[in-house]
Design a protein around this ligand. Structure first.
Ligand code: GAR
Length: 203
């Protein structure tokens, strides 16, 4: 049985597209079971529809508490029998109900070399700080923002001429390569955690 992925988005969905393309051409042996967006106008929803993937919109607004929003996400993900949750530009903190429902089975992609520059506008933070090397991180999700065990990283040089936009564009190219690879690594199994360290099976 193929593992079933649920992808959570908030916007453009280019990393979702990278997963769709990787499944289509066999780099990723999985089923894209559902795409959930917290914004009904997220362009990524059109990518899911075009690929024939079920979509659900769960607005983050209007819930009595954050946990209630989380529980609604869990409900949909369980309805679609999701094994691994992939955050792809999902700009909400993931709370305890999600972590409890999917232990070590929520993964995120972040456009910096964590633990540097967590949070929003990581690429702008990197340019403003003046680092010479930036990059991308895929990590397991814990309640701490962008703080979970690191599954994979790639570096991207920062050029003297870079703006946040130009750096973002080059990092994005690496994101689209790395995310399907890292998801495939997770799905292959045999990996373990040693404290915060992700030890892959192929070591
Ligand atoms: C990507 O650069 C992703 O790494 C980033 O948002 C962008 C979403 O683009 N995520 C974060 O910053 C999470 N903290 P996309 O919607 O085209 O995939």
């Amino acid at each position: 049985m193929k593992k079933r992925l649920g992808v959570l988005i908030s916007g453009r969905g280019s990393n979702l597209q990278a997963l769709i393309d990787a499944v289509a051409d066999g780099r990723l042996d999985a089923t894209l079971a559902v795409v959930i967006s917290n914004r009904e106008d997220a362009p990524g929803l059109d990518r899911a529809l075009a690929a024939g993937i079920a979509t659900v919109v769960v607005s983050h607004k209007g819930w009595p508490s954050r946990q209630d929003f989380d529980r609604e996400l869990v409900r949909h993900l369980q309805t679609y029998r999701v094994d691994l949750v992939c955050l792809a530009g999902f700009m909400r903190l993931v709370g305890q109900p999600m972590i409890d429902a999917f232990p070590h089975a929520i993964v995120n992609i972040h456009p910096s070399l964590l633990p540097a520059f967590p949070g929003v506008d990581a690429q702008g933070q990197a340019v403003a700080y003046g680092v010479k090397v930036a990059g991308v991180t895929v990590h397991l999700v814990t309640p701490e923002l962008d703080g979970g065990p690191i599954v994979a990283q790639r570096t991207v040089p920062v050029l003297d001429t870079d703006t946040a936009e130009s750096l973002s564009a080059r990092i994005l190219v690496e994101e689209h390569r790395l995310y399907p690879e890292a998801v495939a690594l997770l799905l292959a199994g045999g990996w373990q955690l040693d404290g915060r360290r992700f030890i892959s099976a192929s070591r």
